[in-house]
Design a protein around this ligand. Structure first.
Ligand code: SAM
Length: 618
């Protein structure tokens, strides 16, 4: 990771000589300064002149600190003053404004109204800055009580509530985020982790929390290092650092160098993170490979996964070994795409030295062209390879009248939520051309669900709203997303399982509708913004693929998780049980999910009758 990527600013009190302050900061290696635009001690509004800097410099070198006016006693007068500062900052084109989050309930509501009026004002402002709300991670009063003996009865405060109260008053907006101030002690791990589900755009570090190592350089405690690394990771490194306070070490530059060191010693990117770079927290509509025809580039992306096909290969080997026959083994690769599972079957036949006849069944006419080309050029045409003969069948697997019955049926029709690409319904369609003993790879799969706090994902969903659609619609869809900026309220639990140990059952003997109620427990006070969905599939015997975080198949990147939002964020108290009811429902034309929360607060049913999100069977 390049050192240049770290965005580090200096917290500078109001100065009469802004240009020199910027010059000093940039000479010391800092990218910007955070400073008051007006003298907070002056009663008259005399901000820095816009002629001091070019527009390009205002928009990159200065974060504006907005004066913390008294918003309790002189509400209207001070609100006007604050709004003038904000409007002036917008005029200058600053990239971000920093607001101290007040402690009192009434001041928070005043500040919320002021910021909200800017965020929701549709006329006038062209480039609204980001609004960073400065929140201390630990109540400064409580920190004082540790070393002072004149303030004994300080009630303990969870500072997260300041932020939670403020954002609850406001429109959901990407430009509203947190500048988290690390001011000494860190709270418990559970409370710390909860911050990773919040949109943190800046971390303010006081020079006083740095210790000095043996070589006189500033360092942080192990706990601080770990938390900062965790934040860098969860915010996908899109985070600014602001150093506050006077130099307590040899050179102000050393604070930046230390943060660069933390950043450069993050865990090396795993293959999934590398593959997903640029897609962090980006919502995508799930593919529907049954209803739509996938494009060549989509197949190409699947085929880059080094692990998925390796695991399928192992499963096919084992299944071939277990088939105790001297006859030619009939393998049907249903939904063959551009052929990677056909290739895996050919490879397996060579490893176990058994003759196989492979039927590659595919309904996408464009992928069939690839299969036919591969058959001629790589798979020996009519003659076949040493152990395998391959036939390409251009048809829907549910309609095929096969010449023979299969010993092994291989498919990969799995979505991010396991059954959401209609693997169960497609595999129901092969019943007429499989032996009763036929092996299905995969043999089963289970979806998993976990409640999450993620202002970011909820905000991303809300921004997808289309003018002519009802406002609930964006919160009734599953989104495929490489989730980073989220906090898991409780561990994922299994939801719906589909097993394929008897493929010869007729569809009329099966029911693919499902219902399950799951209970989760919140460890800390939190906000539920919806659910993360994962799956685990057993290919054959103990060979599995998993996207569930605790059992994730290392290095496999074919599937990102799925996010099911709620209509509205739901506050949950620590120890509360969160009960979610989830349905998979079907009719002749489509399948869809419905969900609701019944405890601790009842919500409406999401996606009734699949009104917003359904998966087509036709
Ligand atoms: C997720 S892709 C997997 C492709 C390939 N097996 C791989 O692993 O790269 C699923 C494939 O199944 C095909 N498919 C889906 N439903 C099908 C059906 N009912 N009959 C035949 N092919 C189907 C799709 O067109 C697509 O090519």
């Amino acid at each position: 990771m390049s050192n240049k990527d770290l965005k580090c600013g200096l917290y500078v009190d109001h100065t009469g000589d802004l240009s020199s302050a910027i010059q000093n900061a940039t000479n010391g290696g800092y990218n910007f300064i955070a400073t008051n635009l007006v003298n907070p001690r002056s009663n008259v509004f005399t901000p820095h002149s816009d002629l001091l800097l070019s527009s390009a410099d205002w928009s990159t070198l200065v974060v504006g600190m907005i004066t913390s006016f008294d918003l309790e006693s002189k509400v209207l007068e001070n609100s006007v003053k604050m709004e003038s500062e904000i409007t002036y900052a917008v005029h200058l084109g600053l990239p971000a404004l920093l607001f101290q989050c007040p402690t009192s309930v009434s001041a928070v509501s005043q500040l919320s109204r002021i910021i909200n009026s800017k965020l929701t004002f549709s006329g006038g402002f062209q480039n609204l800055p980001q609004f960073w709300i400065q929140i201390p991670i630990h109540s400064p009063l409580e920190s004082c009580a540790v070393w002072r003996n004149d303030c004994q009865d300080i009630p303990s405060e969870d500072t997260w509530f300041r932020w939670h109260r403020l954002r609850s008053h406001m429109a959901v907006d990407k430009r509203l985020s947190i500048a988290l101030e690390l001011n000494g002690d860190l709270p418990d791990e559970a409370l710390l982790n909860r911050w990773t589900g919040e949109p943190i755009k800046a971390v303010i570090l006081s020079t006083s929390i740095f210790q000095t190592n043996r070589k006189d350089y500033p360092v942080l405690t192990k706990a601080h290092q770990m938390f900062i690394r965790n934040l860098m990771n969860k915010m996908s490194n899109d985070i600014h650092f602001i150093i506050k306070g006077h130099n307590r070490h040899t050179d102000m530059r050393h604070y930046i160098q230390y943060l660069e060191h933390i950043r450069n010693t993050q865990l090396p990117n795993d293959p999934v993170a590398k593959f997903a770079k640029g897609y962090e927290d980006f919502l995508q509509i799930p593919l529907q490979p049954l209803m739509d025809n996938l494009e060549s580039c989509t197949y190409e992306v699947f085929e880059k996964d080094p692990i998925k096909y390796e695991e399928y290969g192992k499963a096919i080997n084992e299944a071939l070994k277990d088939l105790d026959t001297k006859d030619e083994i009939i393998i049907m690769v249903v939904g063959a795409g551009r052929g990677p599972l056909v290739q895996a079957s050919i490879n397996a036949s060579e490893i176990v030295k058994k003759r196989v006849h492979i039927f590659a069944v595919e309904k996408n006419p464009n992928a069939v062209v690839t299969l036919q080309t591969l058959r001629e050029q790589r798979w020996g045409g009519d003659k076949g390879t040493e152990f395998a003969k391959i036939d390409v069948i251009a048809c829907d697997m549910r309609d095929w009248e096969a010449p023979e019955k299969a010993d092994i049926v291989i498919s990969e029709l799995l979505g991010s939520f396991g059954d959401n690409e209609l693997s169960p319904e497609c595999l129901d369609g092969v019943w007429s051309y499989v032996k009763e003993t036929a092996i299905s790879i995969p043999s089963s799969y289970t979806s998993y669900l976990a409640p999450i706090q993620s202002q970011r994902l909820y905000c991303e969903a809300s921004q997808l709203r289309e003018k002519d659609k009802p406002s609930y619609s964006v919160f009734e869809t599953g989104y495929v997303v490489y989730m980073r900026n989220f906090y898991g309220i409780d561990a994922p639990q299994p939801l719906f399982t589909f097993t394929h140990n008897d493929l010869s059952l007729k569809p009329s003997q099966r029911n693919n509708s499902r219902f399950k109620s799951l209970d989760f427990v919140a460890k800390v006070d939190t906000v539920c913004h919806g659910f993360a969905g994962y799956f685990e599939a057993t290919l054959y015997k103990g060979i599995k693929l998993s996207t569930v975080p605790t059992t994730h198949t290392t290095g496999m990147f074919s599937w990102f998780p799925i996010y099911f939002p709620l209509h509205s964020p739901l506050f949950i108290k620590a120890e509360d049980t969160l009960k979610v009811d989830f349905w998979r429902l079907t009719n002749r034309r489509q399948i869809w999910y419905e969900w609701l929360i019944s405890q601790p607060v009842p919500t409406s049913v999401h996606n009734p009758n699949g009104r917003t999100y359904s998966i087509g069977l036709l």
